[in-house]
Design a protein around this ligand. Sequence first.
Ligand SMILES: Nc1ncnc2c1ncn2[C@@H]1O[C@H](COP(=O)(O)OP(=O)(O)OP(=O)(O)O)[C@@H](O)[C@H]1O
Length: 332
Amino acid sequence: MIELQHLTKRFATKGGTVVALNDINLTIRDGDIYGIIGMSGAGKSTLVRCINMLERPDEGSVSVDGRRMETLSAGELRAARRDITMIFQQFNLLMQRTCLRNIMFPMELAKVPKEKAEARARELLELVGLPDKAEAYPAQLSGGQKQRIAIARALATDPKVLLCDEATSALDPNTTHAILQLIQKINRELGITVVVITHQMSVVEEICNRVAILDEGTVVEEGDVQAIFSHPTSAAAKRLVYPAGAPKAESLPGHKLVRVAFNGTQTTDKPLVASLAIQCGALVSILAADTRIVNGQTLGSMLLALPDDENAAKAIDYIKNYPGITYEEVNG
Ligand SMILES: Nc1ncnc2c1ncn2[C@@H]1O[C@H](COP(=O)(O)OP(=O)(O)OP(=O)(O)O)[C@@H](O)[C@H]1O
């Protein structure tokens, strides 16, 4: 378990002090794929770099499995970083080493005997799907292949935690998907806790179970991905969930406006709008909809116009009792 308590990090710059992180409190549980999302400059990289003490917090504590990271000596920290490894947007491979020797590198530092290190590196090449690239140099690989090698290298010391700092931001959508699948496989099969820093909602949607939304160095929302994405409350979360703007209510004469948010338990075989027409005789119009499927479940919200007639009360009752939906009447 990773626990951040009252974490604050400031940078002194020519223009004055920048508060990159301001009193962050977060708990990342074992086995989570935990997303940390925010706009550029929100403090994501600083946060993740504080977890392995690449940045030293000014205040607060970071504990990983009960071990207080900020209290460790340089030697202890080097050892701890074998348990908490990291991958980056730019891969950071050693260009003059082959892929095999890149993967062996952390094991060399940890004084693992060469034969054992090579055998493990070959296993990891298999795991990331590139057994034939052992003797290739990074310059001969595509971006996705480089990231696979970087992942293999990050796994070489059998870590408990993998920190991913914008690991797919330099990749095209198909390659991003493949790398996210690999990260998910590593989480599931090796039981490694993953922390994913990203500015892309789609990354969080695809693999994370929990998420923290960071805005100007503060956590503005935190929790279950489906709960947050179905009902964003902070301005920063709304900006991320509805990049084109939240569905706005404009009054429609003779209608009640109703916003419904799907919390992820809704199944697609029982469509709400059709059910309202059939069960309640309510001919509802969809004014706006921003729904998505996350992990096979419906999330997002719809703005509905409900004719204000004799069926309205029955329809509202029906919506309120509909599984997996949050109901809100809005004024135009
Ligand atoms: N070494 C540093 N010196 C001075 N200021 C810094 C330093 N590192 C980060 N900052 C500042 O701290 C704030 C948070 O930066 P950080 O890189 O953590 O944000 P981010 O959310 O990762 O952004 P991006 O998505 O653009 O990488 C920014 O205002 C940044 O300018």
